[in-house]
Design a protein around this ligand. Sequence first.
Ligand code: GDP
Length: 426
Amino acid sequence: MVRAIVGANWGDEGKGKITDMLARESDIIVRFQGGSNAGHTIINNYGKFALHLLPSGVFYSHTTSIIGNGVALNIPYLVKEIGDITGQGVPMPKILVSDRAQIMMPYHILFDTYEEARLAGKSFGSTKSGIAPFYSDKYAKIGFQVSELFGSEAALKEKVGRVCEMKNVLLKHLYHKPLLDPDELFATLMEYKEMVAPYVCDVSAYLHEAIAAGKNILLEGQLGSLKDPDHGIYPMVTSSSTLAAYGAIGAGIPPYEIKNITAVVKAYSSAVGAGAFVSEIFGDEADELRRRGGDGGEFGATTGRPRRMGWFDAVATRYGCRIQGATEVALTVLDVLGYLDELPICVGYEIDGKVTKDFPTTSLLEKAKPVYEKLPGWKCAIRGIRKYEELPENCRNYIERIEKELGVPVKMVSNGPGRDEIIMRK
Ligand code: GDP
């Protein structure tokens, strides 16, 4: 059975925790998009980890962790991340990398950095991990597949030369930066070849057999619905699809095999980077939620940047669940909200004097003002509770109100960052 775990918001919903938890009963965990740009924070018996590229299943010895073809593969980063976790006592995980994955080139990271600097005040707030230049090149058909490292050296050398010629025009005339040396780049690729060789695999064929054998497979998404390049807040989005549907492409499996789509939804809102954020809050109110949020505050796992904070946005989240095709919701970080007297929920957007419950395109979104309803708070700690009925009534009302707005059953409620801090609902 294949299950996708994806974000229904702007990312940082706690997908890593849910994946790590569900990986206990899974055989294979696959990353199918994105790269090392966003991080999952995971707390388990080995300690606290920020994973960026490895799937969140790497902590179990019975699982196979896969980097699918849809991922932006930063090879030195992969090796570093494996070293980091094994250095902290985690047994060497079983890792497979798709031979069809494309390689994050050193110049992608440079171009990302240079472009953000060039855009200055109009920048996207990129993590400068090379993601946009990487996917641009992939679709411009000048990317490098892992398989090419193991093919003809002459052909690879020729392509490296050709690509450098194009890149150097921009480096010289647009960015006024040092040029790329094709020989150096080729040597780097040969180093990458050695680093990645132990993991390379025909992932699609491997998963085909695994599905036939009835294995439990998790597809782990990065970021969330609203960062999808097609259905999100374009252009303030990421450069690969964040949707469960893309899991089929980015892992190389049939779409109809994805039977269960768990949309991870945060009990309040947070976002990084630029872009419209209707239920955003500011000042002391935001600072307090940021300080109390997540595990040790809402700060980026990759950059350490303070995240933008907001109240729960039912309009954005209902849309986020719909576009993911959510079959169930995991509602996370609910424990954080126990300090509030009242909990505002954004139930509509007012745009040009009219209230809508539908999530609009970006130009309208920028004009939207939140319409709030307030629910009473529960004013106590809920960590440690394992049964839904034992949650305070006002807390259950908040969950059930959210469930009604989303139209998708909330099957899991996460009330703490740890693996076992979860309430399963029938
Ligand atoms: P991801 O990218 O979706 O995996 O999310 P992040 O890891 O960036 O952010 C989630 C943060 O919230 C992490 O620091 C988690 O440890 C933490 N977290 C996850 N679930 C819960 C929860 O239910 N309660 C609390 N307090 N923290 C949580």
